[in-house]
Structure formats: structure tokens, C-alpha cells
Ligand binder design. Structure first.
Ligand code: EZ4
Ligand code: CO
Length: 403
């Protein structure tokens, strides 16, 4: 019995907001879990503080699966991003504690390493094709084996994925949602030339990825997938919204370009049909938004039966706690595909000192017991929460659209 004595939520903003759960056992072990839900942070903080923590005190920290089931079934109200992020934070904190209790890095408890490291992809972006390619060449020079390409669309003032800073991309950019203007027609014309020039400049020995960010209809996505086939993208991400999973059938009928989806999924039920019918190639569900390591392993095992590999979300709104958890998961799961990696700011790295490291295009979670991430609470307290929202999109005629 490893009795849970206390738990608290720390909300901080070292460049962007993070919600972190810290669980302590009676004999002094601590575990961290990330509960950050971009733009809705305080809802998860309250869910944990007001409704979850009181139920944890006195329970056995070793009983991870039982506590997961208690929080999932016991709430009566199942699924949803707020609930599943809160459950994820508890789950990851308990895995962290178990690792520390065993004096082993978490990946050892998950079955041990299946590979030397997790291949990560970096984000190359720019206001135009040339700037994106120049940035992609920098990533390649740093050893990245996979690079995501996003470029500004001619005729549109701004678009997803194009940042002011070369290495950091944080879309939650204002204390109320900014409004962007979107045109699928202009966008669809802009992507094939980006990939054509990227292959000329970068060659064929690097994986190239692209994120559509839910902005196309299935038939438009089918056409883009077909147009990009000559350039062999590693994947097209979030081609179309996936509430209706059957939508992906239409895309599949038209292109052999691999498809990835699921960064906003929070449960295995969000991808059941997509996986069962093999409508996708990579599942992007993450530790923090999909119920923690316990639930993500279940998704990965199910995906493995259908030749779907993992490709966990890893944007800057996923804290170093999630990044570490993801890397332990990535190292141990047989059907790993790729891991997204957007570097955090220096302030974030200082608040969350961590053992994970990058070398030659691969990342490794390190050998520290548990997750290998700490929280500097005194430093975190110097970065108070600042409300920040993701933007919204409108079509050129003013219709509210997907961002
Ligand atoms: O827009 O994480 O693939 N990465 C992404 C991210 C998401 C943000 C939203 O909070 O799509 O940049
Ligand atoms: Co994405």
C-alpha cells in the first residue's frame, strides 16, 4: 500500500499556460501529471481540485487501473476533453510514482524499450514556400529525420502553423479569440508547389508531413492527397473533422497518401471505426487528452490489430510532463510511428527540468526513475496564469468555419 496523502494543482504560465497535478504519498514519493487543455485550462483545474482530489486521498497509489476505472465509470458522465484530461493527469502522476517506487524509468514498467529512441518530427514553417524550405533545411541539418511543412497561403493574411518565431509556435495568441480568414480554394492551390519545391531542396531521405488542421471536406482532402502523391508525404494530418468517422471512407477511396488524425480525440471510442475499417494510418491521440498512459496503451493495442501506428500529438501546449510520458510510451509500444516534437521555451524548460533528450532525430526519455520530470514550484509561482484562447476562422464571406 502506497497511500496517497495529498494532491494539488499548479497552474502557471512560463510563456504559455500549463495545468500540473502533483500527487504525494504518505512516505514522501511525488508524481506529476499534465492536465493542460489549451484555452480551457481552468475547467480542468477545477475538475481536479473540486471533484477528483477529494476522492484520491487515502487510496493506494499502486492501484493505477482501479483508480482509472473509478474516475471513468465512477463519474457516471463518461468521456469528454475535460474529464479525460483530468483522468490523464492522475494516471500519469501515478505511473510516475510507481516508477519512482520501483526505481525504474517508466518505459521499463511498460515492457521495456522496443527501439533506441522515438523518431520525432519538427515544425518548419514560413510566410511563404522559400521561408518554409529554408527552415526545413535547418531542421535537416540538426539531424531531424521527419519535418512538418506549413507555409503561408498567398492571398490569406494568416494561417495555421505559421509562427513569428522560427522554433516556437503557440497558436493561443490573445486573451480573447482572434479572427482569421480562410479560403480552402486558395489553400488547396498552395500546398502542391510547397511539396514539389521541398523535395527538390530536401531530397527524398527525409519524411515530410503536413497538417490540414480540420479545414477540408472529405472530397477536397481526397484531391489534395492525390495531388501530393508524387512527393510521397509521410502523412496528411487532420484532413477533415472526425466526429463522423465514416467521412474518412471518402478520402481513402481517392488517395494512397497516408492519413493521420486524432490530436483532439479523448477516448478509444473517437477512433473505433477509423481503426477498425483501417481508414487511417496513424492515430494522434495523446497521453494528456486521451486518459493517460493507461488508456493510450489500450488505443495503441487496438490500433496494432489493424496496422495503424501511433503518432502522438506533441505541440507546445502539451507540457514537458506529457512529452516525457509520451516518450516512455513511444519507446515501449510495438506499433510506434512517429512523435511530434515542438520545442518549449527556455522558461518552460526551467520550470519543468527533465531527463529527456534529442539526438540524431530521435528522442529518449532518459533513465531517471518514473517520468524523469520535476516541477520547480517556486519558479512556477513567478509565472501566473494568463487567459489565452486559440483563434477562430471565418470564410471570406464571414461564415464561421473550423480553425
Ligand atoms: O493546433 O496543439 O499538430 N499540431 C497541432 C497543434 C494544435 C494545438 C492546439 O492547442 O495541430 O498546433
Ligand atoms: Co495538428
Amino acid at each position: 500500500m502506497l497511500e496517497i496523502a495529498a494532491a494539488k494543482v499548479v497552474v502557471c504560465c512560463p510563456g504559455r499556460n500549463f495545468v500540473t497535478l502533483k500527487i504525494e504519498t504518505k512516505d514522501g514519493l511525488t508524481g506529476l501529471g499534465d492536465a493542460t487543455l489549451n484555452g480551457r485550462e481552468l475547467a480542468v483545474a477545477s475538475y481536479l481540485t473540486d471533484h477528483v482530489i477529494p476522492c484520491l486521498i487515502g487510496r493506494d497509489a499502486h492501484r493505477i487501473e482501479d483508480i482509472w476505472q473509478f474516475l471513468y465509470r465512477g463519474a457516471y458522465w463518461r468521456r469528454g476533453p475535460v474529464t479525460m484530461s483530468a483522468i490523464a493527469a492522475v494516471d500519469v502522476a501515478l505511473w510516475d510514482i510507481k516508477g519512482k517506487a520501483a526505481n525504474l524509468p517508466l518505459y521499463q514498467l511498460l515492457g521495456g524499450a522496443c527501439r533506441e529512441g522515438a523518431m520525432v518530427y519538427g515544425h518548419a514553417n514560413g510566410r511563404d514556400v522559400d521561408e518554409t524550405i529554408a527552415n526545413a533545411l535547418r531542421y535537416k541539418a540538426q539531424g531531424y529525420k521527419a519535418i512538418r511543412l506549413q507555409a503561408g497561403v498567398p492571398g490569406l493574411a494568416s494561417t495555421y502553423g505559421v509562427s513569428k518565431d522560427r522554433y516556437f509556435y503557440e497558436p493561443a495568441d490573445a486573451d480573447l479569440p482572434t479572427e482569421n480568414v480562410w479560403s480552402s480554394e486558395k489553400y488547396l492551390r498552395s500546398v502542391p508547389p510547397l511539396f514539389e519545391k521541398a523535395r527538390e531542396a530536401l531530397g527524398w531521405d527525409v519524411h515530410l508531413l503536413h497538417d490540414i488542421h480540420h479545414r477540408l471536406t472529405p472530397i477536397e482532402a481526397g484531391r489534395l492527397g492525390k495531388d501530393l502523391e508524387p512527393y510521397r508525404p509521410f502523412w496528411l494530418e487532420d484532413a477533415t473533422p472526425a466526429e463522423n468517422q465514416a467521412n474518412f471512407r471518402l478520402i481513402r477511396q481517392h488517395t494512397t497518401t497516408p492519413l493521420a488524425v486524432g490530436e483532439i480525440f479523448n477516448s478509444i471510442w473517437d477512433c473505433k471505426q477509423l481503426i477498425e475499417e483501417q481508414l487511417i494510418d496513424y492515430i494522434r491521440a495523446t497521453v494528456v487528452h486521451a486518459g493517460g498512459i493507461t488508456h493510450l496503451r489500450r488505443i495503441a493495442s487496438f490500433a496494432d490489430l489493424h496496422n495503424v501506428r501511433t503518432g502522438c500529438h506533441g505541440a507546445t501546449d502539451l507540457s514537458p510532463v506529457t512529452m516525457a510520458a509520451a516518450l516512455h510510451f513511444d519507446l515501449s509500444v510495438p506499433n510506434f510511428g512517429v512523435q511530434e516534437y515542438m520545442r518549449h521555451t527556455a522558461e518552460t524548460d526551467a520550470v519543468f527540468p527533465h531527463a529527456y533528450r534529442f539526438a540524431d532525430g530521435l528522442m529518449h526519455p532518459g533513465e531517471a526513475p518514473g517520468l524523469g520530470v520535476e516541477l520547480d514550484e517556486a519558479l512556477a509561482a513567478t509565472f501566473p496564469y494568463q487567459r489565452a484562447y486559440l483563434p477562430v476562422n471565418r470564410l471570406e464571406d464571414g461564415t464561421l468555419y473550423n480553425w
